[in-house]
Design a protein around this ligand. Structure first.
Ligand code: ARG
Ligand code: ZN
Length: 858
């Protein structure tokens, strides 16, 4: 069934108050729900309550049992006359058997919930849609030994012990959330948990008690998350004027979780990988991710909870904006330039391919079969880019006025993307009429830029043109508004010839004239990645090398280097060889520049990924790309070997500290280690192995392991075994062990990954584990696309098996198989055959069916 945005209708009934009573037990939990309902639509409309996987044990209206209710599909339909009633239902559910991890489920003995988007209906009957806002009172009763801690949304209320004749001591706790919220923000947790407590006093003096709840054994790894939470709370007050609004804020970490984390009001529930960290088990990258996700979920308290979404087509209203907010937070914690580089790399790796493939959809989609499939890089990351472009067009003061207006006007409501844009428009006076096309048109715009110059102090002319490619269901596109920051530099003096300007390209083509340009100009365009577009320019290798050394915008400097590398790799992949001199000189200059910080240098000297090179080719040839990249890497490694050694020897001080400075130095050093290995230097494996053994932190240990796993030195197997044994009890670190092998550049990776799927520590039941092997393998371009189709067959087998347990996670891992149009006829046929095999599986989930069938149609 297809749900369409244009079919939105306000709910026929509202539920201002709800009381939930849980008798918790892993095998059989009783849920009694008492809904105060008021009519919102026409007389005669019955009350429709969503349900999934359960049946009502009883239904009463105003205290009287009724029997004229009926089930339509899984909806419970209750005929009601009049304007207001109290409807009560009772159901029984089995958290133990919930392998989908939606609704109420068990993770390592902890009972927890995940309701976004449509998990609440698996707990009780309810109008499970985001525009029905209710005040919740929750009572939980459970075995006191097994579940000593009972948490829910809002503020804690009464507690007590119960002697009801059942074995063991049972206790209960009540929670009340004063803020009306949609059902997807409901949460409860019951378990044997320890807490890391903190406190935060808001700007207006509210003392908030903070708690990070984990298993006792993990308590020592929660300080970083708690620090990040406090920093986030202060940041949102300072940057957006947003204060926290309850007396408590709790976070619980669980091991089995379908995605990163969830912003339930006052009770965030997290995948433990985004909470737990210490130097021995978490990398710098993990520390960054924890701070970003803690901030993201906290920021949702305003952008998501106080103002929620009218319907799921508006998902980017909360997700795009909240990603933009967490990106700003992270940028403020360290190097903003490096953060921007990382965010653009993510966008290009995850969102651009989505926009160019069979699953392309607008930031505000028009239709879906399964909403879980729309928690995508387009909704999140491209959505954030839309907010960023508007912030650029408005400037910081007007943008803040716009967000203030939005928070003020829509507080307590379920809003739309249009409401947000209209607030920015009203507060700034900037006309965003045409900009709104970004919400409706899918596909990554392409901008061509060509600069010409009349010699001798003449005029320079910049010709710009845009084209938005066709995407499924959208053959014809209108021109977009593209905010392009640009500047000209003099090729002889290396100095800027103009100020930076913001050009709004809103026509199919435009010409910009610069007068009195005294030397040959070089174009710096889309600085800071001001628009999420693909720029096609005719800049020579020499000009790109020039910009990589002279541009004053760090992102543009990085970008020039990437483009230079990309052009070289594309030429190498197509022609079998290429001229490496320009890249080698540019990398040498970057390594030698004393004014650059290590984190930036590390980013700048890394080659673009194989997948990104593939995205530039008409037909992706994974083996040719791999060879071209290895050839350039090897040459860069050998010709600059002395410099890599120098960079490698500049080790940060011990002990490990997670700081922007140390992090940058570790990064550069580990990039240098990778190049030393690529150089074929005889001592490279020994260096990596020594680092593996001596490191006092996971960042360096993992980097050394990765280097060894990509090669075939005898140290490889020794390191893998040592790593496995050392961390045998730690699932999050074992994920790294699986992932390193799934991403290996070796020829035998496909076979090894298939063997690892039968390793005793591997399980499809844990989403992190499934992603660490299967997800990583799908991202290994050469191994996954092995010409005989073994990679495709393996992925399809795993997805079919995973779909029976956890459809949502299975569907998320499908997209690599859907890119068949980008490959040669042989591979395309093999990929399509696997998609067809998946679609034909009897009883396939709606999640996997939607993704596989759309991918097959292409
Ligand atoms: N709202 C959560 C977050 O971004 C993620 C929920 C994902 N839900 C899903 N069905 N995939 O912070
Ligand atoms: Zn979010």
């Amino acid at each position: 069934m297809v749900i369409r945005r244009e079919d939105y209708r306000p709910p026929a009934w509202l539920v201002p108050e709800v009381r939930l009573d849980f008798d918790l037990d892993a095998a059989a939990t009783r849920v009694r729900a008492r809904l105060s309902v008021t009519r919102n639509g026409a007389d005669g409309e019955p009350l429709r309550l969503d349900g999934a996987g359960q049946v009502p044990l009883s239904v009463t209206v105003d205290g009287v049992a009724i029997d004229d209710w009926r089930l339509e599909g899984e909806q419970l339909v209750v005929p009601l006359a009049g304007a207001a009633h109290v409807v009560e239902t009772e159901v029984e559910i089995a958290p133990d058997h919930n392998t989908q991890l939606m609704g109420l489920y068990a993770s390592g003995g902890i009972l927890c919930t995940q309701c976004e988007a449509e998990g609440f209906r698996r707990i009780t009957y309810f109008p499970d849609r985001p525009d029905v806002l209710s005040r919740y009172t929750v009572r939980m009763t459970a075995d006191a030994a097994r579940y000593p801690v009972l948490l829910a949304n809002g503020d804690p209320g009464a507690t007590g012990t119960l002697d009801d004749g059942r074995p063991g001591i049972r206790h209960w706790a009540e929670w009340h959330d004063p803020f009306p919220k949609p059902s997807y923000l409901f949460a409860l947790v019951a378990g044997d948990l320890a807490v890391n407590r903190g406190s935060f006093t808001t700007r207006s003096g509210r003392a908030v008690e903070l708690g990070i709840w984990v298993r006792e054994a993990d308590l020592a790894r929660t300080d970083h998350a708690l620090d990040a939470l406090k920093t986030s709370m202060a940041w949102d007050e300072r940057v957006y004027g947003r204060e926290y609004d309850l007396d408590v804020f709790n976070i619980v970490a669980v091991d089995d979780f379908n995605f990163g984390a969830m912003e339930n009001k006052g009770l965030n529930i997290f995948n433990s990988r985004y909470i737990l960290a210490d130097p021995d088990t978490a990398t710098d990258y993990d520390y960054d991710g924890i701070a970003a996700v803690v901030a993201h979920e906290y920021f949702h308290n305003w952008s998501g909870n106080r103002i929620t979404c009218r319907d799921w087509f508006q998902l980017s209203l909360k997700e795009g904006f909240t990603v933009y907010r967490d990106q700003g937070f992270s940028a403020d914690q360290g190097s903003a330039a490096v953060k921007r580089i990382e965010d653009v790399r993510t966008l290009r790796a995850a969102q651009f391919p989505e926009d160019a493939g069979p699953l392309a959809h607008p930031v505000r989609p028009d239709a879906y079969q399964e909403i879980s499939n729309f928690y995508t890089a387009t909704i999140y990351n491209k959505g954030a880019e839309l907010i960023r472009m508007m912030a650029t067009m408005l400037g910081p003061v007007a943008f803040r006025a716009g967000t203030d207006l939005y928070f003020d006007r829509f507080d307590g409501t379920a809003a739309t993307c249009e409401d947000f844009v209209a607030c920015l428009e009203e507060a700034s006076g900037v006309d965003l009429t045409q900009f709104r096309r970004w919400y409706g048109q899918a596909g990554t715009p392409r901008v061509s830029a060509s600069l010409s110059h009349g010699a001798g102090g003449g005029r320079a002319t910049l010709r710009l043109a845009q084209r938005v490619p066709a995407t499924p269901g959208q053959p014809d596109k209108q021109p977009m508004v593209l905010p392009l920051r640009l500047r000209l530099f003099g090729a002889e003096t290396g100095r800027p010839l103009t100020d930076e300007q913001l050009v709004l390209l809103d026509q199919p083509a435009a010409t910009i004239v610069f007068e009195a340009v005294t030397e040959r100009p070089v174009l710096s365009i889309n600085r800071g990645f001001s628009a999420p577009v693909i720029v096609e320019s005719d800049r020579s290798a020499a000009d790109l090398a020039f910009l990589s050394a002279h541009d004053d915008d760090p992102f543009a400097r990085y970008e020039a280097m990437q483009q230079l590398m990309l052009d070289t790799l594309v030429a190498g992949a197509i022609e079998g060889s290429a001229d490496y001199d320009a890249v080698i000189d540019a990398v040498a200059n970057t390594l030698d520049d004393p004014d650059l910080d290590a984190a930036f240098v590390a980013e700048a000297v890394m080659l673009p990924s194989e997948a990104f090179v593939g995205d530039q080719l008409a037909v992706v040839d994974p083996d040719a790309i791999f060879r071209a990249r290895e050839a350039l890497r090897g040459d860069l490694a050998r010709r600059l070997e002395a410099r890599w050694r120098l960079a490698y020897d500049r080790a940060p001080a011990v002990p490990y500290v997670y700081s922007p400075d140390q992090k940058g130095r570790r990064r550069l050093r580990n990039v240098a280690l990778g190049y030393l290995a690529a150089s074929g230097a005889g001592d490279a494996a020994a260096l990596a192995f020594a680092q593996f053994g001596a490191a006092d932190n996971m960042t360096d240990r993992q980097a050394a392991l990765t280097t060894l796993v990509n090669g075939d030195a005898p140290e490889r197997d020794v390191a893998l075994a040592a790593f496995h044994d050392r961390y045998a009890g730690n699932g999050l670190v074992l994920d790294k062990w699986f992932q390193a092998q799934a991403l290996s550049a070796r020829d035998d990776t496909t076979d090894r990954v298939a063997a690892l799927a039968t390793h005793p520590a591997f399980t499809l039941a844990n989403p992190n584990r499934a992603r660490s092997l299967i997800g990583a393998f799908g991202a290994n371009q050469r191994a996954f696309h092995r010409a005989d189709g073994a990679g495709y067959r393996f992925l399809a087998d795993q997805l079919i098996a995973l779909d029976r347990l956890n459809p949502q996670t299975a569907a998320k891992l499908l997209p690599p198989l859907g890119r068949w149009r980008r490959f040669d006829a042989g591979r395309a046929a093999l990929m399509r055959a696997e998609l067809a095999r998946i679609v034909a599986v009897p009883g396939l989930s709606r999640d996997l069916f939607e993704q596989a069938s759309k991918s097959l149609e292409g």
